[in-house]
Design a protein around this ligand. Structure first.
Ligand code: NAP
Length: 243
């Protein structure tokens, strides 16, 4: 089985399947982080070279099943996986954690993408907490009147912004410490993806607690096909596939 990863759920699923002699799991990472979390079992790293490259890989490794557990904001890989699996006749399941629902007291401003979020920011705040990830910072480069607090997992190669501070930290993050962080830096708004899960929800709860707006970037569209929300559901699907 090929397990497309880069998320906590993918690592947890690999750990869950590690002792199952019926399934030989290959976990796949894009290779974005220099020090990825430990993943039990066989791990490969780097892109496949698009849909055709992935289709060749499926054939070369005799892959029978694929679980796509990439991040909800991975915009390319799920579509390549859907096409390559359709071509190769390999059953595919998407593991997609549910979005955070908006709650009473939340002040969310919907943005269809990074560019829209950047265009909205000048009307909203001068001091902003940005947690979208290093590769997404370019979208905010023209906002030279705004000061950004940027949280990343690893030291960045470069930051394309004028006024900013970088903090390095790996979740989970809890609401209490997020409230303290937002207060310390006098943050007026948060820009976030709707990642779902508990590990990064603290900033959303913190913004609600402090009455701050959150510019919430919408998820990219997913390919058609069977999708589940939990690791348990993935395991049930696998057992059904194994018969
Ligand atoms: P993406 O736009 O869907 O992928 C870009 C390219 O990276 C793909 O075309 C593929 O290259 C390669 N790739 C992506 N996931 C891969 C995997 N699991 N194994 C092998 N190659 C992979 O995704 P992204 O937003 O750049 O994210 C890259 C990775 O970071 C994903 O694994 C994702 O789960 C993880 N991640 C993303 C976010 C986010 O906010 N986007 C957050 C946390 C973690 P080829 O075309 O050469 O095959």
């Amino acid at each position: 089985m090929l397990l497309l990863g880069g998320t906590g759920e993918a690592a947890a699923l690999a750990a869950r399947l590690a002792g199952d002699a019926r399934i030989d799991v290959i976990s796949s990472l894009a290779g974005r982080t220099r020090t990825p979390a430990d993943i039990p079992g066989r791990v490969r790293t780097g892109g496949f070279g698009g849909t055709n490259g992935l289709a060749k890989y499926l054939a070369a490794e005799k892959i029978d099943l694929l679980i796509d557990a990439t991040h909800p904001y991975a915009a390319t890989m799920p579509h390549a996986a859907a096409e390559a699996c359709a071509q190769a006749g390999v059953p595919r399941l998407r593991l997609l954690r549910p979005s955070w629902p908006q709650q009473q007291g939340d002040s969310w401003i919907a943005a269809t993408g990074l560019a829209t979020a950047a265009a909205q920011l000048p009307d909203v705040a001068k001091r902003v907490f940005l947690t979208t990830g290093q590769r997404d910072l370019d979208a905010f480069a023209s906002l030279t009147d705004i000061w950004f607090l940027i949280r990343l997992i690893e030291p960045p190669d470069s930051i394309p912004l004028e006024h900013y501070q970088v903090i390095l930290d790996r979740g989970p993050f809890h609401a209490e410490s997020e409230i303290a962080l937002l207060r310390e830096h006098r943050i007026e708004a948060v820009v976030s993806k709707n990642s779902g899960g508990i590990a990064t929800y603290g900033k959303i709860a913190a913004a609600r607690g402090l009455g701050l707006p959150v510019i919430m970037i919408e998820r990219p569209p997913q390919p058609e096909g069977q999708a589940v929300e939990t690791i348990d559901a993935c395991v049930s699907w696998l057992h059904a596939q194994l018969g």
